[in-house]
Design a protein around this ligand. Structure first.
Ligand code: SF4
Ligand code: SF4
Ligand code: SF4
Length: 342
């Protein structure tokens, strides 16, 4: 059996983008192949779960786990890969913070199933059949993973060693992290402290954004299609919602450079618990509502409300990537229930 370190990559509730971008490290993949043996990587090779179950505990040196925990299969795989891996990495925003799948925490399990299987315009389901965890047929019992009420991040289910942010992470950042891991495994170089966010910067996206800030204020906000931004100038100061001030750097300010406000996919700044709340603070700082002593408070409040009302879908805007990890975590819904895996 080869003595090379073992690498795994797995997708739970994910879109596949994290895998695609990992393949985007280009010719460096050949170096990964030189250094590592693949132990599990269902996207590119025919591994079975039974293979992983057969490995001794800790057999996999490093596992890049992407995708959120949406159902019982995701949770089972997270626990299995934790048990079999020395280093478990929450790879990408879904595993790190819940990302897009966790936006469904704004509604209930029942409402999600109803929308997808009964109410979508393209659905033809006259008998109103909904997926069941178990279904008896002549040949035996068919099983499906149980669809949870609340989407969780990887570290809400198992112990996580490192986090690589981004939706998806940038290929050059993935490669930089892999190099650190390779140096640790082959030369005994030190690893970052457990729990570190790796493959990212420690400052805000604004710090690496080349657009100029001039401390301008705005009376309202625009969606990207409603306004043509002035080239070279800060988008937020032109009324385009940008989460650059509250988002960790590392992507090279990709989105603002092409006229799109940062959506926050690299997650919160170091020390910030709730990225959405921090973004609200940043937006408040550019609002053209400056009270002077003697001003009518009600009028000021009205101005703030009018400006905030121009932000369509605030929860989806400020918590697009971080809902599962936020202080809110989920909305209270009528369908709220204790999670039961049947
Ligand atoms: S982090 Fe983004 S790219 Fe990666 S699986 Fe989640 S949605 Fe897809
Ligand atoms: S466009 Fe966004 S990221 Fe760039 S400086 Fe303005 S607020 Fe910061
Ligand atoms: S600019 Fe923001 S949303 Fe765009 S890639 Fe960077 S962190 Fe993600």
């Amino acid at each position: 059996m080869s003595e090379k370190p073992k690498l795994a990559m797995y997708w739970a509730s994910s879109c596949g983008g994290c895998e695609i971008v990992t393949l985007g490290i280009g010719e460096n993949l050949l170096l990964v192949d030189e250094v590592f043996d693949l132990a599990f990587f269902p996207c590119i090779a025919d591994f079975k779960v039974a293979d992983v179950k057969g490995y001794p505990d800790g057999y996999i040196d490093v596992c890049l786990f992407n995708g959120a925990i949406r159902n019982s299969e995701n949770e089972e795989m997270a626990k299995l890969l934790r048990q079999k891996s020395k280093i478990l990495v929450a790879f990408g925003s879904c595993a790190y913070e819940g990302c897009i799948p966790a936006l469904s925490n704004l509604t209930s399990r029942e409402a999600t199933l109803r929308t997808v299987f009964l109410e979508s315009p393209t659905v033809d389901n006259p008998e109103g059949v909904l997926p069941q965890p178990r279904h008896q047929v002549e040949e035996g019992v068919l099983e499906l993973p149980y669809f949870y009420h609340t989407v969780r991040s990887l570290d809400q289910v198992v112990d996580v060693d490192y986090y690589i942010p981004g939706c998806p992470p940038e290929p050059h950042q993935i490669w930089a992290v892999l190099q650190v891991v390779v140096a640790a495994l082959t030369e005994g170089a030190p690893l970052p402290p457990k729990g570190s966010v790796v493959g990212a910067g420690d400052v805000a996206v604004c710090e690496e954004c080349p657009l100029e800030k001039h401390e301008k204020t705005v009376a309202r906000f625009y969606r990207p299609y409603q306004v043509r931004p002035e080239p070279g100038l800060c988008l937020l100061e032109q009324g385009i919602v940008c989460m650059g001030p509250s988002t960790r750097s590392g992507c090279g300010a990709r989105c603002p450079q092409v006229g799109m406000g940062c959506r926050g996919c690299y997650g919160p700044l170091p020390g910030v618990e709730d990225q959405g709340a921090r973004s609200l603070t940043a937006l408040a700082s550019v609002l053209d509502v400056a009270g002077k002593p003697g001003d009518d408070e009600q009028e000021l409040e009205q101005q703030v409300e009018q400006a905030v009302a121009t932000i369509v879908d605030p929860a989806g805007t400020f918590y697009r990537f971080s809902m599962a990890h936020s202080l809110l975590r989920r909305a209270k819904t009528n369908g709220a229930q204790k999670e039961v895996v049947s």
